[in-house]
Design a protein around this ligand. Structure first.
Ligand SMILES: NC(=O)c1ccc[n+]([C@@H]2O[C@H](COP(=O)([O-])OP(=O)(O)OC[C@H]3O[C@@H](n4cnc5c(N)ncnc54)[C@H](OP(=O)(O)O)[C@@H]3O)[C@@H](O)[C@H]2O)c1
Length: 413
């Protein structure tokens, strides 16, 4: 079912939607045509004539002439209903909505299969970096071992500007919003949810495992304070929000989103502002590194444009690795060396949750601990106390000859 003549029904005309509109104007060779654009707010000033718009999604979804739906709205629930109906009606879909994909992965896979239509979403991960297609095609047979990356442009912009330019967190967030880098709900970015949704998509294409948002732990940058930022400066580190997934020898996947101290020798150290980067490590090709703008109208539109173009030669994701029987690693077997800062209203004896203690300090209102903790305990501690966490690294092997503090009372459910 080649789509030589793409007739688009576009949902959303905000940052990315308008960016795509302009990009298509500059790409006449693509021979596409936007038939109609569906938006939400009536009486809003638009940069093009009102006759192009509708407020009724069915005018697109049930228009037989439209063979391709491009979904670029900022409401994941409404987006799922739109995408579902479009696929059911035999329309190819291109979307940038990682929240929608991560929350409905299995249903979206089923819909593609049942209705034999492609759903492409390169823009949903790292905007301009063609990472999904690389994971699908290039790493088709290669034995991927890990993916680690800065996958959220607005948090990287905020971290860069607060640490290098000394502007406040709120000012940097406001700038990121003004530049169109931030999600409508900023908590999705700063609390690490957006990065987690992207990681879920990456895990599916890298390792063939479909998991859901509640299974992947995330801590964002919203709790970071002076202590961690100064600690990073003193040691020559930068703090970056990292999405991480690694396949262990037994096939189990370790995954999380956490702020991490990045040292100067790490390629991620130089990735600043709205840039994203992904490091892949695989058995044959060793380490590879992808860099590109991770947000903004044109960088995101470029990925959408590439997906639209791919539809003309009938491209679809084949999800070749999906039969993989591997699963997520037990959180009890994942060990992280972290800096954990807490305030004194937090639970007592936080130290007891650590398996190894390297450093600790406490004054009249707060304290910090550097040491090794299991992911399971970190999850637990983060739900019952007000903490900020920065990762040093995943600890490959913890020798439990002298198991510290593994007494029963601390075993968390
Ligand atoms: N911004 C980025 O850098 C970036 C990067 C990668 C991916 N994305 C993803 O791209 C998508 C769009 O983001 P954006 O930044 O372009 O958002 P945005 O600037 O806030 O624009 C959202 C658009 O969606 C429309 N809309 C909202 N709910 C709708 C509904 N139920 N039916 C029809 N239209 C609806 C809005 O209509 P009105 O104009 O009437 O308000 C608006 O035109 C999101 O999924 C986002 O996660 C964004």
């Amino acid at each position: 079912m080649g789509r030589k003549n793409i007739k688009i029904g576009l949902f959303g005309f905000g940052c990315v939607g308008f960016g795509l509109y302009e990009a298509l104007q500059k790409t006449p060779s693509l021979k596409t045509n936007i038939k109609r654009i569906c938006v939400k707010t009536k009486n809003k000033q638009r940069p093009i004539l009102n006759e192009h718009f509708t407020f009724d999604k069915n005018e697109i979804l049930f228009d037989n002439e439209i063979n391709t739906v491009v979904e670029l709205i900022d409401d994941a629930d409404a987006a799922f209903e739109i995408v579902k109906t479009a696929l059911q009606n035999g329309k190819a879909v291109v979307t940038a909505n990682k929240k929608m994909i991560a929350e409905h992965f299995t249903e979206l896979l089923d819909l593609q299969k049942k209705h034999n239509v492609p759903l492409l979403y390169e823009a949903a991960c790292c905007a301009s970096i063609p990472i999904i297609r690389n994971l699908e095609e290039y790493y088709d047979n290669d034995l991927l071992e890990s993916i680690e990356g800065i996958v959220n442009g607005s948090t990287n912009y905020i971290l860069t500007n607060t640490s290098l330019k000394n502007i406040s967190y709120n000012e940097a967030l406001k700038e990121a919003q003004e530049k169109g880098y931030a999600e409508t709900n900023p908590l999705l970015d700063v609390a690490g949810f957006d990065a987690k949704y992207k990681l879920i998509i990456l895990i599916a294409h890298a390792f063939g495992i479909v998991t859901s948002p509640e299974n992947v732990f995330n801590i964002g940058i919203d709790k970071l304070g002076e202590l961690e930022l100064n600690y990073a400066k003193e040691k020559g580190y930068k703090i970056k929000l990292i999405a991480f997934a690694e396949k262990k020898e037994d096939g189990k996947i370790v995954s999380f989103v956490l702020p991490k101290f990045i040292n100067k020798n790490d390629k991620l150290h130089s990735i600043d502002d709205v840039f994203n980067a992904v490091k892949t490590k695989s058995y044959f090709s060793d380490t590879q590194f992808f860099i590109g703008k991770g947000a903004g109208a044109y960088p995101t539109a470029s990925a959408v444009l590439s997906d639209i173009s791919a539809l003309t030669f009938d491209y679809r994701y084949e999800y070749k690795k999906l039969n993989n029987v591997d699963s997520l690693e037990n959180d009890n077997k994942v060990f992280l060396k972290i800096l954990l800062r807490y305030d004194l209203n937090s639970i007592d004896e936080l130290k007891d949750y650590f398996i190894e203690l390297n450093e600790s300090y406490q004054n009249f209102n707060s304290g910090y601990i550097i040491g090794v903790i299991s992911l399971k305990r970190l999850k637990f501690v983060s739900t019952i106390s007000n903490i900020s966490v920065v990762l040093f690294d995943v600890v490959k092997q913890v020798e439990f000859v002298n198991k510290r503090n593994l007494n029963k009372s601390l075993e968390v459910a």
